[in-house]
Design a protein around this ligand. Structure first.
Ligand SMILES: C[S@@+](CC[C@H](N)C(=O)[O-])C[C@H]1O[C@@H](n2cnc3c(N)ncnc32)[C@H](O)[C@@H]1O
Length: 348
């Protein structure tokens, strides 16, 4: 028998099959998912105002770096490491000699981000990473030897583009996937399980509290106790309940709000945020800055209240009266920046 040729030992990998010029499904976007080998494709996607698959474009980056006002040798915590866009810039701002502690509860993305950021030419001790909920900020800092505080703390709330764009994570109704929505899939109930178990009254309260949903009673009667295995199945069920007179745009917004409300509940986002806001003052050095990016009213309300109370009680020396927004140019370049609101405070 002939010896196998080298080609037959390492079979040629076919390009994924998809119809049309450009891939539409997340898993077919193999060029975007391998940016090191396909920089040109990634730049084209960015130039068209889209986020390349598997990446996250940091929002209000310049403003955040300026507001953190860091200098060489200082310490900064990024509570929401994500793709590491903000973290890379903040890490640079504290060089030489400074360090960044990055937290994230997502066990899947945090590994990729750590690998990517470690490639930068920095000493290992400059970049510390902990997979944890940011509700455990104080503990994470103690365990990192940072009990005497940080000079700046950043929290860029919500989900990353890597999470929302990946159908397998079950956050999006635009692509079909398992109805999961957990940032940490190793913990808690998935959105599917939550919907199956929840009563109509509780679901109604959750939709009103987490997304100001006006159709909450109607939707909760129809959806509570139902079993939806996929995001599309849930989106179809929501659409079926809504009054026939509603226009398509409003229907889409309702589906988006229901998904947002469920995501907040599944990840217990408000509990985590309130715990983080309580811990920040003791985690910041005097004169240290805290910056938050929020993406809906439930988040912004809590941050605004905590900072204003802090100024009144003398914990913070200043906060912004008017919320800061991304520039119109940034929103054109990255439409995901359109709903971002920035608030900052300075520790007394
Ligand atoms: C908007 S993204 C951050 C993007 C990041 N600033 C960047 O430049 O790539 C939010 C990240 O925070 C994480 N996250 C959200 N809530 C969290 C929590 N309570 N504890 C820890 N991480 C959280 C998510 O898993 C996600 O990776």
């Amino acid at each position: 028998m002939d010896a196998p040729s080298p080609e037959s030992e390492t079979p040629h990998r076919r390009r994924p099959r998809y119809s049309g010029k450009n891939p539409r499904r997340f898993e077919d976007k193999y060029k975007e998912l391998n940016p090191e080998s396909h920089a040109e494709t990634v730049s084209k996607v960015r130039a068209s105002g889209k986020t390349p698959a598997g990446q996250h474009v940091p929002i209000m980056l310049r403003e955040i770096v300026e507001l953190c006002a860091l200098t060489a040798g200082q310490r900064v915590v990024d509570c929401t490491l994500g793709y590491g866009g903000h973290a890379s810039a903040l890490l640079q701002a504290v060089q030489p000699g400074g360090s960044l502690l990055g937290l994230d509860q997502d066990p899947l993305e945090i590994q990729r981000t750590e690998q990517r950021l470690r490639k930068a030419d920095l000493p290992a001790e400059a970049f510390l990473v902990r997979r944890t909920n940011f509700a455990g900020l104080r503990r994470a800092m103690e365990e990192s030897g940072w009990s005497d505080g940080a000079d700046a703390i950043l929290a860029d709330l919500g989900v990353s583009s890597m999470q929302i764009d990946n159908p397998a994570r079950g956050f999006s109704f635009k692509h079909d996937g398992p109805l999961d929505m957990r940032m940490n899939p190793q913990r808690g109930l998935s959105a599917r399980e939550l919907l199956r178990k929840i009563s109509a009254d509780k679901l109604s309260a959750l939709l009103a509290e987490n997304a100001d949903e006006r159709q909450a009673p109607l939707l909760s009667r129809a959806l509570s106790g139902q079993d939806h295995a996929t995001t599309r199945s849930l989106a179809t069920a929501i659409r079926a309940v809504l009054p026939a007179r509603m226009v398509e745009e409003d229907i889409d917004s309702t589906v988006r709000r229901v998904f947002q409300a469920l995501r907040i509940a599944v990840n217990e986002e408000f509990n985590a945020l309130e715990t983080l806001l309580r811990q920040i003052p003791e985690c910041l050095r005097s004169g240290g800055r805290v910056v938050f990016l929020t993406f809906h009213s439930g988040e912004d309300r809590r941050v605004k209240q905590a900072f204003r109370d802090g100024v009144r009680n003398g914990i913070y020396s200043a906060t912004n009266e008017e919320v800061l927004r991304a520039s119109s140019q940034e929103v054109r370049d990255n439409p995901r920046a359109s709903s971002a609101k920035l608030r900052w405070a300075v520790r007394s």
